[in-house]
Design a protein around this ligand. Structure first.
Ligand code: CA
Length: 223
């Protein structure tokens, strides 16, 4: 379980990081909203702990941007402001829970567990290869945090490739799994769809993920 903590107060950030690491979580720290946002889009986390009062981009703006980009990660907001309207605003902006500073570490832990449990109950885990993320439950694909719109066939094909990341998949295997019919040597429908996917997933990006394996088929992998 990987948790991102976006918090500018060094003491608080260190306190949270140390405590969570003792509980077996992996913890990334970001000291301001800008870096926090970059970290979120760079790597998938299971949970984000987000302070509201932050330099550069404040917590509520960070939250808004995450939800606009359809980042599904649960967010626990931290604040010293205990005003009802702040809580309402935070929850309306898409936060999953709220904790007012100062808090007892045990309470933070309990809320993290509850959020992670809720997340686990709401659907299958995300598939990820590099910065390409597919959410099977929500039918959502992002690369580098950017939403990619796919047709349902393209989605099914990508999901199959990602579930078998690193493996070479023959046209016959793809045909059987994605199209549910036997491979017909006369048709190049698979190559056509792989090219559609390439255009959406890889085109214009430094790192290509969809690879042609000559004489065999295709593989989705990081190099
Ligand atoms: Ca702060």
């Amino acid at each position: 379980m990987r948790i991102l903590v976006i918090e500018d107060e060094k003491k608080v950030a260190r306190f949270i990081k140390k405590g969570l690491e003792e509980e077996g979580y992996a913890v990334d720290l970001a000291p301001d909203g800008e870096e926090g946002l970059a970290r979120v889009l760079d790597q998938v986390h299971d949970l984000i702990i987000l302070d509201i009062a932050l330099p550069k981009i404040d917590g509520l703006q960070v939250l808004k941007k995450l939800r606009e980009r359809k980042v599904p990660t649960p967010v626990l907001l931290l604040t010293v402001r205990a005003a009802i309207e702040d809580k309402v605003l935070g929850l309306d902006s898409g936060a999953d829970d709220y904790l007012t500073k100062p808090f007892a570490f045990q309470e933070l832990l309990a809320r993290i567990r509850a959020l992670l449990r809720r997340k686990a109950e709401t659907g299958p885990p995300l598939l990820q290869v590099e910065d390409l993320v597919l959410d099977p439950a929500r039918h959502l694909v992002t690369r580098g945090g950017e939403r990619i719109d796919l047709t349902s066939k393209e989605f099914a094909l990508l999901e199959y490739l990602m579930r078998n990341a690193g493996r070479v998949l023959t046209r016959a295997m793809i045909s059987e799994h994605v199209w549910n019919y036997d491979f017909d040597t006369e048709t190049n429908v698979i190559d056509v769809y792989v090219n559609y996917l390439r255009r959406k997933i890889d085109s214009g990006r430094e790192k290509k993920l969809i690879h042609t394996v000559r004489g065999s088929g295709y593989a989705l992998k990081s190099e």
